[in-house]
Design a protein around this ligand. Structure first.
Ligand SMILES: C[S@@+](CC[C@H](N)C(=O)[O-])C[C@H]1O[C@@H](n2cnc3c(N)ncnc32)[C@H](O)[C@@H]1O
Length: 216
């Protein structure tokens, strides 16, 4: 299921489907404009010059939108093919792209104002989810905020069916805890406080929650 790089495995953006379908699937199935616009507004709060790291940035759409909104953005992903797609998009020179993993973010302690994990945690093992959140806390400044866009409890049969479809593509092992709504507890376990669900959207792949939290 995972894809091999020289040193590490990871589940690529489109899971078992070809990477080239990822942007199409997000645009067609995830109310992308609504979801990205809401997330960008929550992250930036109208402020300019924030240092933002988009961990698991994939094909870069969100990182580029954050930079266009006035943030200094670093986009990190283990997949060189996704980074190549990101780097070819209009607006990409405004973002610094780095190859790296969420459980070893290649940034200094207390060096960013915002960490964004958009649709990434459900690609990680349970142990790596925890380490990724601890890493996010490490790189955040004391008044920093983490923003997570993730699948949550479906809440009704239609969303449960949609989430089953997502699990066929990304696998059940890493997605199940998200579908049980365990994200807030994971954030608390990693030391975050003031955990708030800011938005919730119905999509073709299940119910998506936009959650933010502060460093303790
Ligand atoms: C569903 S995509 C999300 C991409 C992007 N954040 C977005 O909102 O469209 C999940 C991304 O997580 C990346 N990923 C997988 N394992 C990772 C890890 N251990 N650390 C960081 N990123 C990882 C994949 O390469 C992929 O680009």
């Amino acid at each position: 299921m995972g894809e091999s790089t020289a040193a590490r495995d990871f589940l690529p953006a489109a899971g078992r489907a070809p990477l080239g379908l990822y942007d199409l699937a997000v645009a067609a199935g995830m109310r992308e404009r609504t979801f990205r616009r809401s997330l960008v507004a929550q992250v930036l709060e109208g402020r300019q010059g924030l240092d933002v790291v988009d961990v698991g940035c994939g094909t870069g759409t969100l990182a580029i939108a954050l930079a266009a909104g006035g943030a200094r953005v670093t986009g990190i992903d283990p997949d060189p093919r996704a980074l190549a797609r990101a780097g070819a998009k209009p607006g990409s020179p405004a973002v610094e792209w780095l190859k790296g993993h969420a459980d070893a973010i290649p940034l200094a302690d207390a060096s960013v104002d915002r960490v964004v994990l958009s649709l990434v945690l459900h690609h990680l093992s349970e142990a790596d989810k925890h380490v990724a959140l601890v890493e996010a806390a490490r790189v955040l400044r004391s008044d920093g905020v983490i923003h997570v866009a993730e699948w949550t409890k479906p809440g009704d049969p239609l969303m449960a069916l949609a989430f089953r479809g997502l699990q066929l593509v990304d696998g059940a092992a890493t997605t199940a805890s998200m579908g049980r709504g365990e994200l807030p507890g994971m954030l608390a376990q990693a030391g975050f406080t003031a955990i708030v669900e800011r938005d919730r959207l119905r999509t073709t792949f299940g119910r998506l929650a936009l959650v933010c939290a502060r460093c303790a």
